[in-house]
Design a protein around this ligand. Structure first.
Ligand code: FNR
Length: 338
């Protein structure tokens, strides 16, 4: 049995294999309402039919001002629950477990309205300068993550992933490059972690299922978080009961990144070992053999597949074939699977 196709359990949620559809914004909501559309149904259900063990939604905004674009998926209102619930019902019927990535863009929101961040620093010349958040703004954002988690539970998601990566709001608190606050939310590594810590605590008051966090493990810029800072955050997350850290990188400040196959795996492995926590590897993982190497060498517990799954919803089948392993077919496809 390959490790890629071996089930794994997080709390009481068993994934049938280690293949995760990585969260990917589709910018496809109509009427700027954050609601699921027929496109989202087709898009996500195809990957469940294609046997991804965990199908994770794209970044889903917990506040309207936390969207990257007006076309982002949302979970800021009870009206969002029904569509997400219908999506989950379908995904579950093909044997996938489901995750939702709860997100707030902070200063990276490309909206007409006011935007917010820990400090009033624009990401670049084309984005607005955000308003520095007051204590009340911080409490509202924390509450929004909690309410988003409550709605995610009502919509029957199995797993929640908090988006703490790619320079969005949580990452803006974590990074010394974007957080210049002089209150208890800024300055030391411990203070910069406070916002994420409070988001996790708030979410846990309404959510008792597995909780993942995606972080940027490298900021590719002088003065950004060091690997020691990242391992501190990971250790804190482990103590708070986070089940898995999804190890991505970048997006905090404009920087040139030269990706190569598995470019984020090394830090993922370090975090797994040094913080003794399960990790997810992501980034240019494109073949079954590459995924199997990462898992067999204990460099990660899950592989998150992004673009390769966009190109091929049946990536899991291709990976299994490459590994000479057998992947169960959806029953409708049994006659044509081999
Ligand atoms: C992404 N990515 C991403 N990441 C995330 O945490 N939330 C998101 O909503 C998105 N949106 C998104 C959209 C699109 C079109 C792409 C291609 C990527 C990043 C993605 O999850 C993944 O980390 C990277 O694409 C690297 O993995 P791959 O694509 O090399 O497997």
């Amino acid at each position: 049995m390959t490790k890629l196709l071996t089930p794994i359990k997080f709390d009481n949620v068993q994934l049938k294999n280690r293949i995760v559809m990585s969260p990917m914004c589709m910018y496809s909501c109509m009427a700027q309402d954050g609601k699921i559309t027929p496109f989202h149904m087709t898009h996500y259900i195809s990957r469940a039919v294609g046997q991804a063990g965990l199908v994770m939604t794209e970044a889903t905004a917990v506040m309207p001002e936390g969207r990257i674009s007006h076309e982002d998926l949302g979970i800021w209102d009870d009206n969002h629950i029904e569509g997400l619930k219908q999506l989950n019902e379908q995904l579950h019927s093909y044997g996938a477990k489901t995750g939702i990535q709860l997100a707030h863009a902070g200063r990276k929101a490309e909206l007409n309205s006011d935007i917010y961040a820990p400090s009033p620093l624009a990401f670049n010349e084309s984005l607005k300068t955000p308003t520095g958040m007051t204590a009340a703004d911080i409490n509202n954002a924390i509450k929004a993550f909690k309410e988003g988690a409550r709605r995610a539970k009502e919509a029957d998601f199995d797993i929640i992933e908090i988006h703490g990566a790619h320079g969005y709001l949580i990452n803006q608190f974590l990074s010394p490059l974007t957080n210049k606050r002089d209150d208890e939310y800024g300055g030391s590594t411990e203070n910069r972690y406070r916002f994420l810590s409070q988001v996790i605590e708030a979410v846990q008051t309404v959510w008792n299922g597995p909780l993942f966090v995606r972080i940027s493990t490298d900021e590719y810029a002088e003065g950004g978080n060091t690997l020691d800072d990242i391992i501190y955050f990971a250790t804190q997350m482990k103590q708070q009961g986070i089940e898995l850290i999804d190890c991505s990188s970048g997006g905090v400040v404009p920087a040139s990144i030269k990706p190569y196959p598995g470019y984020q795996v090394k830090r993922c492995e370090r975090i797994k070992q040094e913080a003794s926590i399960a990790t997810g590897a992501v980034g240019l993982i494109t073949t079954g053999l590459q995924a199997e190497e990462i898992l067999q060498n204990n460099r990660a517990d899950l592989v998150f597949i992004g673009r390769a799954l966009l190109r091929n919803p049946y990536w899991a089948k291709a990976a299994a074939d490459e590994l000479n392993a057998s992947l169960p077919a959806p029953k409708q496809y049994e006659r044509g699977w081999r």
